[in-house]
Design a protein around this ligand. Structure first.
Ligand code: SAM
Length: 204
């Protein structure tokens, strides 16, 4: 997976490659997909949601420029796979999931694998995690219509956010990198992607 899918497409960040080599992805997929766990694509994890393609996880993570001191906010815990990759590299990962039924399995895996630097919350991640802000990096793993202002406010100066944006035309989701500086926000469009939509603030 790392050689054929990730390095080949240009990801060179050694901390990301090491984390992707180490983490057993098959633990994060439903049992019926275990044989496909290292394939080059997303997989269903139930509740209409997916575990992202390995390359996309690696690429998004490397764009965040994390180090051992980084505090990261993740919107969309899902299977917990991306969360664990972040936790391998950063100091602390705060992860928010909108669908309650997905959280216990991810939390069990974090415990099983010994992560004590992951903090989970059931909420609408579009509101961020005010009490824990500011963050060095924010990663959104579901497609938003626009960049939520609350999230950019919770990013520290020089912080980086990676977010898939739904441009509202057919097949036009794009991965966008937002860099915050004293001069404001700079946006860079990276490449086309396909993510599940960022859910609104409905009860459940
Ligand atoms: N990073 C995940 C992984 O590796 O499994 C990918 C998960 S999937 C592509 C996106 C996740 O975002 C889903 O679990 C979905 O329920 C969650 N989500 C969607 N809208 C959300 C919101 N407003 N707040 C928090 N989580 C949300």
């Amino acid at each position: 997976m790392v050689t054929q899918q990730i390095k080949k497409r240009g990801v060179t960040d050694s901390s990301v490659l090491q984390a992707m080599s180490k983490l057993p992805r098959h633990l994060f997929v439903p049992e019926r997909f275990i044989d496909d766990a290292y394939e080059d694509g997303p997989l269903s994890i139930g509740a209409g949601q997916t575990i992202s393609q390995p390359y996309v996880v690696a690429s998004m993570t490397s764009h965040l420029n994390l180090n051992k001191e980084s505090r990261v906010l993740e919107i969309g815990t899902g299977s917990g796979y991306q969360t664990a990759i972040l936790a391998e590299i950063a100091k602390a990962v705060y992860t928010i999931e909108r669908i309650a039924e997905l959280i216990p399995k991810a939390e069990r895996l974090f415990e099983l694998l010994g992560y004590d630097n992951i903090f989970t919350k059931h909420a609408d991640g579009s509101n961020g995690w005010t009490e824990k802000a500011p963050f060095d990096a924010i990663i959104v793993t579901a497609a938003a219509k626009t960049i939520p202002d609350i999230l950019t406010l919770q990013l520290r100066a020089d912080g980086i956010m990676i977010i898939p944006l739904d441009r509202d035309t057919i097949d036009k989701q794009e991965l966008v990198k937002v860099i915050k500086s004293v001069d404001g926000l700079k946006q860079e469009t990276l490449y086309p992607v396909r993510f599940v939509p960022l859910l609104g603030n409905t009860e459940n």
